[in-house]
Design a protein around this ligand. Structure first.
Ligand SMILES: [Zn+2]
Length: 287
């Protein structure tokens, strides 16, 4: 008994790593939660699709990771893979900013589009990535989204749109704003042809994206805690000269006020999307 106790003796207290030790945590091995500040092994982090295992905070999920987490293996076929933005207004240092974001994210633009299968059901998909120019919508993002919707209409398959955006892209001015109309028209044509469009708003979905295609799906979902709104809190407070509630512009607030249909945790998304795709399968005698 004595010997056993000797070996299983536990430490009575945990040691707190010093500032220096914290800095020495190798990059890519550990991940810190932006909300509860707890640190996890990256392996555990990735297993939860960037959702904090402790507090459930939904961190940004890169576009290709999102696609891999949903689509059946080997079924995803990307559309307009190499289309990239130019600098139509000669906006100062726009090209350098694009170059930096390309290197940082391994993406060529802020949205990835294509088609594939979820649990065997064919669907088109467009996934925005907030790491690239804050997921802002310029001419290429707008065009890729409009084209994906048009293709889904031609192929007669549903489309799922994951939105993550700071709004219209400042560096493309009016051309960015035109994308709101362009994408909305594509959605309207898709609706008229009887297509099913599912929108999943992720953190953040704001500005011109929230005010166009992101708000006109047949199903409007959001991830927990996602910031959803048009103008920022400060601007609204200054305009109406009133203090806004603490949870204003969260997914949960939007659900309570009828703006969205359901808040779905990332771990349940595939199952929910698959159930909806199943509902929209054409069945019975087609003759
Ligand atoms: Zn956390």
């Amino acid at each position: 008994m004595l010997i056993k106790n000797f070996f299983v003796k536990k430490k009575k207290y945990a040691s707190i790593p010093s500032e220096k030790a914290k800095q020495e945590i190798p990059q890519g091995l550990m991940q810190k939660c932006e909300d509860c500040q707890k640190i996890f092994y990256i392996k555990e982090w990735l297993k939860h699709l960037n959702v904090c295992p402790e507090c459930g905070y939904h961190h940004k999920l890169p576009a290709y990771d999102r696609i891999n987490s949903l689509m059946d293996e080997g079924t995803f076929e990307e559309w307009e893979q190499h289309v990239t933005s130019k600098n139509p207004l000669n906006f100062p240092s726009y090209e350098e900013k694009l170059k930096k974001d390309k290197e940082k994210t391994d993406l060529v633009e802020a949205v990835v589009t294509g088609k594939g299968k979820i649990d065997g059901y064919s669907t088109a998909i467009a996934v925005m990535d907030a790491r690239f120019r804050m997921g802002s919508m310029g001419s290429v993002v707008g065009d890729k989204i409009a084209k994906a919707i048009e293709r889904a209409r031609e192929l007669q398959i549903p489309i799922i749109l994951f939105t993550a955006s700071g709004g219209a892209r400042m560096q493309e001015g009016m051309i960015s704003l035109m994308q709101m109309a362009k994408t909305s028209i594509a959605v309207e044509r898709f609706h008229q042809s009887g297509g099913c469009m599912i929108v999943v708003m992720t953190n953040p979905t704001t500005g011109g994206v929230s005010a166009s295609f992101a708000s006109i799906g047949d199903y409007q979902f959001a991830e927990p805690g996602a910031l959803i709104g048009f103008a920022g809190r400060r601007i609204i407070e200054q305009t109406i000269r009133e203090k806004l509630p603490k949870d204003f512009q969260t997914a949960e607030f939007q659900l309570e006020h009828g703006q969205i249909d359901k808040v779905i945790p990332r771990s349940e998304l595939k199952q929910s999307l698959s159930a909806i795709l199943d509902l929209h399968q054409v069945r019975g005698d087609q003759t």
